[in-house]
Design a protein. Sequence first.
Lengths: 169, 120
Amino acid sequence: MKSKKMNAKKLARLGLLTALALIIYIVELRLPDIAPIPGMKLGLANIVTVCALFTFSPKETALILYARIILGSIFASNPSAILYSISGGTLCLVGMALLRKHFSKKSIWLCSVYGAALHNIGQTAAAVFIMRTTAVLAYLPILIFFACISGALTGLTAQFIILRTNKKY
Amino acid sequence: MKTKRILFILAAAVFLISGIISVYLLFLRPKPEKVRITSDGETLYVLEPAREEDRLITVEYEGRENVIEIKDGRVHMLKADCPDHICIETGWLDNGLPIICLPNRLVIEYEDGRTDAAAG
C-alpha cells in the first residue's frame, strides 16, 4: 500500500519534470538559431534530463526524455526531427547513465559535456542513415566543439539546481 | 578521483581536437572544382560551377521544392520549402562544409577526387 502511494508521488514528479522539459523545448525553438548549422542547438531541455538523471533512476529519466521528444516534435509539427532527437537522446542518456557513478555532485557539468557530445554523435549517425550520405559528417567536429560549451553550461545549470534543492523535487 | 581526472582530460582533448578539425574544415581545406548535388542519397548533378552559366535548379522531394542557384561560379540554396531554412542561411558553398537540407534530404557538397575515383 505504501509503495503504491510512493509511485503516485513519483509519477506526479516525473510528469511535472516532463512538462517543464517540454516548455523549455518549445521556448527554445522560438529562439533564433545560433549558427546556420543543421542540428545545432543550445539543448536547454537537457538541463531537465541531467537533473532527472542525478535524482531519479536512468529508467525514469528515459521516460521523461522520450515523452518530451515525442510530444515536443508533435507540438513543434516537425515530425522529421523525431528520429534525430531519439537517436541523439538515447546515446546521450545511455552514455550519461553509464558515466554517472564516476561523477560527484560537483562535477555534473562534465557528465553533461559527455552527454551533449554523444547527443550530436547519435544525431549525426541518424542523419548519415536517413540522408544516405556521409556529407553530414563534415558538421560533426563543429557540432561536438559547440556541444562541449553548451553541454558544460546546461550541465552547470543542472548542477546548481541539484546542489541548491537538496530534497528530491 | 583518478577516473574523474581521466574523464576531464578526455573531454578537454575532444574539445580541442574537434576545434582544430573545425578550423581546418572551415578555412583550410582545399576546394575541389566539382560540386555534387544529392537528393535522398541519389546523385542528381555533378557540376563545375566555374564553368556553368548562371541558372536555377529546382529539386523536388515529396512535393516540397528546393531551388538551387548557380551564380558567378558559386552555388547556394535560393529557396526551400522546409520549416527551418538552415540551408538558405548556410549561404554560398565556399568552405569544406556542405549545404544540407535535412527535411528535404538535399545535399550540396564539394566532390573530392577520392569519391570521384570510386564512382568512376
